[in-house]
Design a protein around this ligand. Sequence first.
Ligand SMILES: *[C@@H]1O[C@H](CO)[C@@H](O)[C@H](O)[C@H]1NC(C)=O
Ligand SMILES: *[C@@H]1O[C@H](CO)[C@@H](O)[C@H](O)[C@H]1NC(C)=O
Ligand SMILES: *[C@@H]1O[C@H](CO)[C@@H](O)[C@H](O)[C@H]1NC(C)=O
Ligand SMILES: *[C@@H]1O[C@H](CO)[C@@H](O)[C@H](O)[C@H]1NC(C)=O
Ligand SMILES: *[C@@H]1O[C@H](CO)[C@@H](O)[C@H](O)[C@H]1NC(C)=O
Length: 411
Amino acid sequence: TRMAVSKSTLSIVLIVLGGLSVLFGTVLVFVGPIIIDDQIVKNVEINPNNGLSYTMWKDIPVPFFMSVYFFHIVNPDEILKGEKPTVVQRGPYVYREKRWKDNITFHDNHTVSYKEYRQYFFEESMSVGNESDLVTIPNMLVLGASVMMENMPFPVRMLLSATFKSFEEGPFLTKPVGELMWGYDSKLVDFLNKYFPGMLPTSGKFGLFAEFNNSNAGQFTVFTGQDDIRKVHMVDSWNGLKSVNYWRSEQCNMINGTAGQMWPPFMTKESTMPFYSPDACRSMELVYQRPGMSRGIPVYRFVAPKTLFANGADYPPNEGFCPCRQSGLLSVRTCRHNSPVFISHPHFFEADPVLLDTVNGLRPNEDEHGLFIDIHPVRKPGTQNKNCDTYLNFWKWSFSILLIHSAWLCG
Ligand SMILES: *[C@@H]1O[C@H](CO)[C@@H](O)[C@H](O)[C@H]1NC(C)=O
Ligand SMILES: *[C@@H]1O[C@H](CO)[C@@H](O)[C@H](O)[C@H]1NC(C)=O
Ligand SMILES: *[C@@H]1O[C@H](CO)[C@@H](O)[C@H](O)[C@H]1NC(C)=O
Ligand SMILES: *[C@@H]1O[C@H](CO)[C@@H](O)[C@H](O)[C@H]1NC(C)=O
Ligand SMILES: *[C@@H]1O[C@H](CO)[C@@H](O)[C@H](O)[C@H]1NC(C)=O
């Protein structure tokens, strides 16, 4: 039989690498009375003698929830014939996230190193649906491998196509949510690991979060604040690095701010909330937007600036994060084993509107898809101080992970 290889550039663009939109919805309530205290400075520093507040820093006592939404592809067959993809959001599939710090080592210069571990447990009662739900998403293996092999000689690509075909791997994949998240067995993965070692990030099962459970996001060394409370929680180094080397400019490679859960006290509306995210491979910062109420408590809302994922043409300081596509997409290829992975806000919120035209079914809106943290401004009792001692109260943040592809498919 004759095998035809056709380069099918599935419409323009983006289909969703697991059209996945992760919502790290979180409630971190630090109990009031501990913070509204004249001893605030003493309590805020990271110090094993600080009993309760140290325990809270070490074993974060409130649960985090990670809500995962999938974009289920409604029309896979039509897409192959050139139609626009239509997606329907499924979920949330909610996971309770337990976090704790381990390997804690204090250094002489008022810094402390630790690793923060995380564990996930499915919360069916908070989810819409369960982990057995079947969802159709792009086949990340096939699309990812195709993009990575794009510049290989023709015979190699032929071999790849034949391989996909013989393993019955198509451009789309229908599997239970639990397997897409935490890994499924794939003969193709076994094959690739044998003949192209190092190509895949995993040597075991393949899944969107296969490596996450019981893992840590690297070793953080942060300031304890014992010498200067304004530095508490600020990152001194990550995995021993003072800056990363994923990006093309010094500024973009900087490790700024904290590890993203706590910030120094005395924040005001003029403050920014910088943090370094190993998952996004870069530093980001949130800026004050407006006052508001959250669960009956007055809060300040800090949000991601509109320029967070803007491309270098729209926002020159982001040039270092390029090569860029449309604004709204951050390519994290350099820190994801060279696989074509992008980060964006869910539903392409605050992205170039052109992106919305590539897929049917996306409806971005700020309330659901914006990244924000609500801070409860706590005042010291008995003072008129308008400066606020803060504690991080509610924070929600969300990203989608997308795959831009122009795939090689077997005809
Ligand atoms: C971290 O701590 C665990 C046990 O608590 C230990 O098994 C592991 O070797 C430590 N890792 C490092 C890098 O120190
Ligand atoms: C603090 O000490 C640690 C361990 O000796 C070192 O790696 C780090 O660079 C020091 N940081 C500062 C700010 O001096
Ligand atoms: C994560 O790991 C823990 C401990 O090994 C396990 O109990 C839990 O079921 C795992 N979670 C998922 C979602 O697989
Ligand atoms: C998931 O839900 C379906 C239908 O609601 C049900 O039939 C199935 O038993 C559930 N699966 C699990 C693992 O609870
Ligand atoms: C880190 O902070 C510096 C100084 O505030 C800023 O110029 C730089 O753009 C920041 N880098 C990132 C990646 O946020």
